[in-house]
Design a protein around this ligand. Sequence first.
Ligand SMILES: [Zn+2]
Length: 173
Amino acid sequence: MHEEIVKNCVVTLEYTVTDPDGVVVDDGRHPLVYLHGGYDGIFPKLEEALHGRKVGESIRLKLQPEEAFGDYDEDLIAVENAEMFPEDAEIGMVFERVSDAGEVLYRVTEIADGKVVVDGNHPLAGMALIFNMTVTGVRAATEEELAHGHVHGNDGDDDDDDPHHGPGKHLVH
Ligand SMILES: [Zn+2]
Protein backbone atom coordinates (compact mmCIF):
# COMPACT_ATOMS: atom_id res chain seq x y z
CA MET A 1 0.00 0.00 0.00
CA HIS A 2 1.26 3.41 -0.97
CA GLU A 3 1.64 6.03 1.65
CA GLU A 4 3.09 8.77 -0.43
CA ILE A 5 2.46 10.00 -3.93
CA VAL A 6 4.76 8.29 -6.41
CA LYS A 7 4.51 7.47 -10.10
CA ASN A 8 1.63 5.15 -11.04
CA CYS A 9 -0.52 5.70 -8.03
CA VAL A 10 -4.07 6.98 -7.96
CA VAL A 11 -4.46 10.11 -5.90
CA THR A 12 -7.62 11.51 -4.38
CA LEU A 13 -7.66 15.19 -3.52
CA GLU A 14 -10.10 17.43 -1.80
CA TYR A 15 -9.65 20.85 -3.25
CA THR A 16 -11.00 24.29 -3.81
CA VAL A 17 -9.92 26.80 -6.40
CA THR A 18 -10.08 30.54 -5.93
CA ASP A 19 -9.03 33.52 -7.95
CA PRO A 20 -6.30 35.79 -6.51
CA ASP A 21 -8.95 37.81 -4.65
CA GLY A 22 -10.18 34.73 -2.84
CA VAL A 23 -13.37 34.32 -4.86
CA VAL A 24 -14.18 30.63 -5.13
CA VAL A 25 -14.29 29.49 -8.76
CA ASP A 26 -14.53 25.77 -8.02
CA ASP A 27 -15.77 24.51 -4.69
CA GLY A 28 -14.49 21.01 -5.37
CA ARG A 29 -17.82 19.38 -4.64
CA HIS A 30 -16.46 16.18 -6.12
CA PRO A 31 -13.01 15.10 -5.00
CA LEU A 32 -10.43 15.05 -7.76
CA VAL A 33 -9.06 11.61 -8.56
CA TYR A 34 -6.17 11.26 -10.98
CA LEU A 35 -3.40 8.92 -12.05
CA HIS A 36 -0.08 10.37 -10.94
CA GLY A 37 3.11 10.26 -13.01
CA GLY A 38 2.87 12.22 -16.23
CA TYR A 39 -0.45 10.96 -17.58
CA ASP A 40 -1.74 14.45 -18.16
CA GLY A 41 -4.53 13.96 -15.65
CA ILE A 42 -3.91 17.19 -13.81
CA PHE A 43 -1.97 20.39 -14.49
CA PRO A 44 1.76 19.55 -14.54
CA LYS A 45 2.62 22.16 -11.92
CA LEU A 46 0.11 20.66 -9.48
CA GLU A 47 1.40 17.17 -10.15
CA GLU A 48 4.96 18.28 -9.52
CA ALA A 49 3.98 19.88 -6.22
CA LEU A 50 2.05 16.80 -5.10
CA HIS A 51 4.86 14.37 -5.80
CA GLY A 52 6.05 12.74 -2.58
CA ARG A 53 3.17 14.12 -0.49
CA LYS A 54 1.32 11.90 1.92
CA VAL A 55 -2.31 11.42 2.87
CA GLY A 56 -3.38 14.26 5.12
CA GLU A 57 -0.95 16.79 3.70
CA SER A 58 -2.28 20.02 2.29
CA ILE A 59 -0.75 22.32 -0.23
CA ARG A 60 -1.67 25.68 -1.60
CA LEU A 61 -0.36 26.63 -4.99
CA LYS A 62 -0.85 29.54 -7.35
CA LEU A 63 -0.91 28.86 -11.06
CA GLN A 64 -0.50 31.54 -13.69
CA PRO A 65 -3.02 31.47 -16.55
CA GLU A 66 -0.56 29.78 -18.88
CA GLU A 67 -0.03 27.06 -16.28
CA ALA A 68 -3.77 26.53 -15.92
CA PHE A 69 -6.46 27.17 -18.52
CA GLY A 70 -4.39 29.35 -20.83
CA ASP A 71 -4.29 32.99 -21.72
CA TYR A 72 -7.44 34.65 -22.97
CA ASP A 73 -7.55 34.51 -26.77
CA GLU A 74 -9.59 37.21 -28.49
CA ASP A 75 -9.54 35.18 -31.68
CA LEU A 76 -11.82 32.64 -30.05
CA ILE A 77 -14.69 35.10 -29.98
CA ALA A 78 -17.03 34.87 -32.94
CA VAL A 79 -20.21 36.66 -33.97
CA GLU A 80 -22.66 34.40 -35.79
CA ASN A 81 -26.10 34.69 -37.29
CA ALA A 82 -28.74 33.62 -34.81
CA GLU A 83 -30.25 31.38 -37.49
CA MET A 84 -27.35 28.98 -36.96
CA PHE A 85 -28.53 28.35 -33.41
CA PRO A 86 -31.59 26.68 -31.94
CA GLU A 87 -34.43 29.07 -31.26
CA ASP A 88 -34.17 28.53 -27.55
CA ALA A 89 -30.46 29.38 -27.46
CA GLU A 90 -29.62 31.47 -24.46
CA ILE A 91 -26.61 33.02 -22.78
CA GLY A 92 -24.46 30.42 -21.08
CA MET A 93 -25.33 27.59 -23.46
CA VAL A 94 -22.36 25.64 -24.75
CA PHE A 95 -21.92 24.38 -28.29
CA GLU A 96 -19.25 22.10 -29.61
CA ARG A 97 -17.41 22.88 -32.78
CA VAL A 98 -14.81 20.90 -34.58
CA SER A 99 -11.92 22.90 -35.96
CA ASP A 100 -8.28 22.30 -36.87
CA ALA A 101 -7.49 22.52 -33.19
CA GLY A 102 -9.91 19.71 -32.40
CA GLU A 103 -13.18 20.06 -30.58
CA VAL A 104 -13.70 23.44 -29.02
CA LEU A 105 -16.54 24.31 -26.69
CA TYR A 106 -18.08 27.68 -27.37
CA ARG A 107 -20.22 29.48 -24.82
CA VAL A 108 -22.91 31.89 -25.86
CA THR A 109 -22.06 35.22 -24.23
CA GLU A 110 -24.46 37.61 -25.96
CA ILE A 111 -27.59 37.48 -28.10
CA ALA A 112 -28.81 40.62 -29.80
CA ASP A 113 -30.23 41.85 -33.10
CA GLY A 114 -30.20 38.49 -34.81
CA LYS A 115 -26.60 37.85 -33.83
CA VAL A 116 -25.12 35.45 -31.35
CA VAL A 117 -21.71 36.05 -29.79
CA VAL A 118 -19.84 32.91 -28.84
CA ASP A 119 -16.61 32.59 -26.88
CA GLY A 120 -14.35 29.55 -27.20
CA ASN A 121 -12.13 30.47 -24.29
CA HIS A 122 -12.31 28.33 -21.19
CA PRO A 123 -14.33 30.23 -18.58
CA LEU A 124 -11.18 30.41 -16.46
CA ALA A 125 -8.82 31.39 -19.29
CA GLY A 126 -6.65 34.38 -18.48
CA MET A 127 -7.02 33.89 -14.74
CA ALA A 128 -4.38 33.10 -12.18
CA LEU A 129 -5.81 30.42 -9.93
CA ILE A 130 -5.03 29.36 -6.39
CA PHE A 131 -5.44 25.67 -5.67
CA ASN A 132 -5.94 24.53 -2.09
CA MET A 133 -5.57 20.78 -2.01
CA THR A 134 -5.55 18.08 0.64
CA VAL A 135 -4.42 14.57 -0.18
CA THR A 136 -7.16 12.24 1.06
CA GLY A 137 -6.22 9.01 -0.67
CA VAL A 138 -3.32 7.27 -2.37
CA ARG A 139 -3.49 3.78 -3.83
CA ALA A 140 -1.63 1.75 -6.42
CA ALA A 141 -3.14 1.98 -9.90
CA THR A 142 -4.44 -1.22 -11.48
CA GLU A 143 -2.75 -2.71 -14.54
CA GLU A 144 -5.75 -1.67 -16.58
CA GLU A 145 -5.59 1.89 -15.37
CA LEU A 146 -1.91 2.08 -16.24
CA ALA A 147 -2.61 0.65 -19.69
CA HIS A 148 -5.33 3.23 -20.27
CA GLY A 149 -3.39 6.07 -18.68
CA HIS A 150 -6.30 7.16 -16.49
CA VAL A 151 -8.27 6.27 -13.41
CA HIS A 152 -11.26 3.99 -13.52
CA GLY A 153 -14.20 4.76 -11.32
CA ASN A 154 -15.93 2.50 -8.91
CA ASP A 155 -18.86 2.08 -11.25
CA GLY A 156 -17.01 -0.46 -13.37
CA ASP A 157 -17.01 1.83 -16.39
CA ASP A 158 -13.89 1.07 -18.34
CA ASP A 159 -14.65 1.98 -21.91
CA ASP A 160 -12.39 4.46 -23.52
CA ASP A 161 -14.98 6.46 -25.41
CA ASP A 162 -15.45 8.37 -22.24
CA PRO A 163 -12.13 9.30 -20.69
CA HIS A 164 -13.97 9.37 -17.34
CA HIS A 165 -11.24 11.47 -15.86
CA GLY A 166 -11.78 13.50 -12.76
CA PRO A 167 -11.91 17.26 -12.98
CA GLY A 168 -8.19 17.98 -13.35
CA LYS A 169 -7.83 20.06 -16.47
CA HIS A 170 -11.55 20.03 -16.94
CA LEU A 171 -12.37 21.50 -13.58
CA VAL A 172 -15.06 23.76 -14.87
CA HIS A 173 -17.22 23.16 -17.90
ZN1 LIG B 1 -10.06 3.37 -19.34
